[in-house]
Design a protein around this ligand. Sequence first.
Ligand code: HMG
Ligand code: MG
Length: 285
Amino acid sequence: MSLGPCEIFEVGPRDGLQNEAREIPVAEKVALIDQLSSAGFSRIEIASFVSPARVPQMAGSADVLAGITRAPGVRYAALTPNMRGYTDALAAGADEIAVFASASEGFSQANINAGIDESIERFAPVLEEARHIDLPVRGYVSCVVECPYDGPVSPAAVAKVADRLFAMGCYEISLGDTIGAGTPDKIARMLLAVRDVVPAGRLAGHYHDTNGRAMENIDASLSMGVRVFDAAVGGLGGCPFAPGSAGNVATEAVAAHLAALGYDTGLDIDTIEKAATMARAMRAV
Ligand code: HMG
Ligand code: MG
């Protein structure tokens, strides 16, 4: 019996590769994205228009967007922390963008060199401009359970930032367990607070698998009505400014898990497995 649709938002080419130590050539990234493009995803995050001094791995993002073969029905997404990033992402042809905030001050400072309030001020013109041209903007909230600098984060703090991003016009709020500190109980408590301000249908779970609990956290989120999950093919990933943030939960594992539970992901597991093999090889070289 089908339990209905459930979407995986593929973040491997961005969240996955941004943290790899080896400088990965644009051609390799393009090959991975082209493989992912035929797997059945609606959205794939492939680029990041941030300071190349801070995240060297994402420096070739415009070339990546120029190099891919676009599949019909797939939106290719890019991170944009400020107006400079927005302008560059548009010029490069991103189909949607994402602003990224944190529920904790410590990570906000370390990641984007701004406190939470200041980061939201930087996002305001981005959302304003995007609204004029109907460009979809996703909003991330990092450290939804714990911050590597400030420690435990309250569900109320997460709800406050999620509420602000949603009110500004983000079409979906992705909740990042940046260092994989979540447990099903903690995730459920956090979602209970966030659901009061953003409908569950506009939420996504973005769970890093640092402690091997991401899949249980997905299950807890499913029971709270969340039906979109971010994942990285091959389990690639981590954030350079969050010590201990291991890879995102692996796309191939989430796809198999959701299918076994009875959800329709529209994904082709064989194609994803091929992409996972490519992703793991990129890491291993
Ligand atoms: P800043 O230092 O506050 O800004 O940076 P600034 O205006 O003082 O500029 C500093 C330098 O960056 C200048 O260059 C600017 O030109 C340049 P310099 O004069 O020193 O040569 N700059 C830019 N360059 C390219 N693109 C831009 C841009 N803006 C300024 N858009 C900024 C603020 C956010 C840019 C910086 O702190 C930065 O790039 N941080 C990196 C953030 C990042 O990419 N983090 C990883 C992604 S977030 C993540 O992984 C978490 C997530 O997965 C969810 C989860 O797991 O929780 C989403
Ligand atoms: Mg992440």
